[in-house]
Each structure stands twice: as structure tokens, then as C-alpha cells.
Design a protein around this ligand. Structure first.
Ligand SMILES: Cc1cc2nc3c(=O)[nH]c(=O)nc-3n(C[C@H](O)[C@H](O)[C@H](O)COP(=O)(O)O)c2cc1C
Length: 217
């Protein structure tokens, strides 16, 4: 696939399976290598400011503003089993249905700058705006790379996964903010598995709806 083809082919696809009867995990080490390729490509996104050194975890010292924490298929099912038992907290059925089908879950976070003592989690300054933009670009890289490999995906804000109790359960450092919980779904699945496209999938206008020329005379 060319870059243009991948951009045009990308679309949200969610798979939903009974949380009590998840799909068997069929993908192993090879798929983990594929996920690493996706994240390596995500990491080619542009970033402007380096992440704040003080906020980097000991484990991940990268200068990049983003971090990617990954659950493979087995860990998706273990996470599902915990959530089914309301550990670390009660979770809606929708997210459990997706964990029952996912081949992987990539949690993309960013490291905010805290320039002032504020009750909110980050100050809305230029640096943080650029950290979010760069991390968004990295997630889009990842999604396009997944599309070109025939992997179905869904970018979610995370829902219950954003909650600090769940982030802590998953071992994600508390300074990091979740920007995307990217579910990876199989391209082949049993008949009867419910699929859903994105709610804005058909909501795109024409280029003239969002572009104009600036004529400077
Ligand atoms: C930053 C971001 C956060 C999103 N969060 C959610 C979400 O929490 N729930 C949801 O149903 N879709 C979410 N989406 C997916 C969009 O709804 C979906 O991409 C959109 O409907 C367009 O469809 P398409 O991906 O097929 O083009 C999110 C997308 C983005 C870019």
C-alpha cells in the first residue's frame, strides 16, 4: 500500500465478543514483533520539545513526549478477567467486549509539563499542546502502519482505562496522560462476531468544508 492508499483505507473497526466467552488468543511472538514495528514507526513522528526529564520513569527514559504501553492478546484476556471481577473497578460491557476480541491493546500516553501549581493535570501552554499534537501524530503513524498490514484498529480515549485506579493497576506511571487506547483486532473472526464502525465514519464533508485559500495581495 502506498501512503495515500493507507490513509484512504484507514477506518475504525470495533469487534465485540461476549466478555465471558472471549476469542482464543491465536497470535503469538510473530504478532508481538509486528506490534513493535508499528510502534517503531509511531516513534518516527515529529516532536518539538523534549519530555520533562523529571517526569520520565526510570524504565522509559526517552526524550520523546510519548510513551507506548502494550498488552498482547494474552494480557488483554487477563485484563478482561480482572475487569469481569470488577478489579480494579467496575467497567462497562463495551470495553470488556473489545478486550474479549483484541489481539493487542496499545496505550499511548504523553508526558505533560507542569509549569505552575495547578489542580488540573497540565497547564494549557504551547509546550503541552505540541506534546499532545506530536503524540497524536505518532498514534496516526501507528494506525496507518496497522492499516497497511491489514490489522483492524480502533482509537479510543480509553473510557474506564483513563481512571487512575486502572492506570495504576496496569503499572502506568501516574505522571503520564492517556491520549489513545488503540485496540488491535483480527481480520479473520468467527461468524456472528459483532462489528461496529466509527460514529463519524460517514461524517466527512468535502474539502471545501474545511479548506480555503488565503490570498495575500
Ligand atoms: C483522539 C480520538 C479519540 C477517540 N475516542 C473515541 C472514543 O472514546 N469512543 C469512540 O467511540 N470513538 C472514539 N474515537 C474514534 C472516532 O469516533 C472515529 O475515528 C471516528 O468515528 C471516525 O471514524 P473512522 O476512524 O472510521 O474514520 C476517537 C478518535 C480520536 C481521533
Amino acid at each position: 500500500m502506498t501512503t495515500d492508499e493507507s490513509i484512504r483505507a484507514r477506518k475504525t473497526l470495533k469487534l465485540r465478543v461476549d466478555p465471558e466467552n472471549p476469542l482464543p488468543v491465536t497470535k503469538g511472538e510473530e504478532f508481538k514483533e509486528t506490534i513493535k514495528e508499528l510502534i517503531e514507526l509511531a516513534g518516527k513522528a515529529p516532536f518539538h520539545y523534549e519530555s520533562n526529564e523529571e517526569q520520565r520513569s526510570d524504565a522509559l527514559q526517552g526524550k520523546e513526549p510519548w510513551r507506548f504501553h502494550v498488552l498482547d492478546g494474552e494480557s488483554c484476556r487477563s485484563f478482561l478477567r480482572a475487569l469481569n471481577q470488577e478489579k480494579p473497578m467496575k467497567a462497562p460491557e463495551g470495553i470488556r467486549q473489545m478486550l474479549a476480541a483484541a489481539d493487542g491493546l496499545i496505550l499511548a500516553t504523553w508526558l505533560p509539563e507542569r509549569t505552575r501549581k495547578l489542580s488540573r493535570r497540565f497547564h494549557p501552554n504551547l509546550k503541552n499542546m505540541e506534546h499532545i499534537a506530536a503524540t497524536g501524530a505518532a498514534i496516526q503513524n501507528l494506525w496507518l502502519a496497522a492499516t497497511s498490514r491489514g490489522i483492524n484498529a480502533y482509537w479510543s480515549s480509553g473510557g474506564v482505562i483513563r481512571k487512575s485506579k486502572v492506570m495504576e493497576f496496569l503499572g502506568i506511571p501516574k505522571d503520564e496522560i492517556l491520549l489513545g487506547a488503540v485496540f488491535l483486532f483480527p481480520d479473520e473472526y468467527p461468524e456472528g462476531v459483532e462489528t461496529k464502525t466509527g460514529k463519524n465514519a460517514e461524517n466527512r464533508g468535502e474539502i471545501g468544508d474545511f479548506m480555503d485559500w488565503i490570498e495575500v495581495k
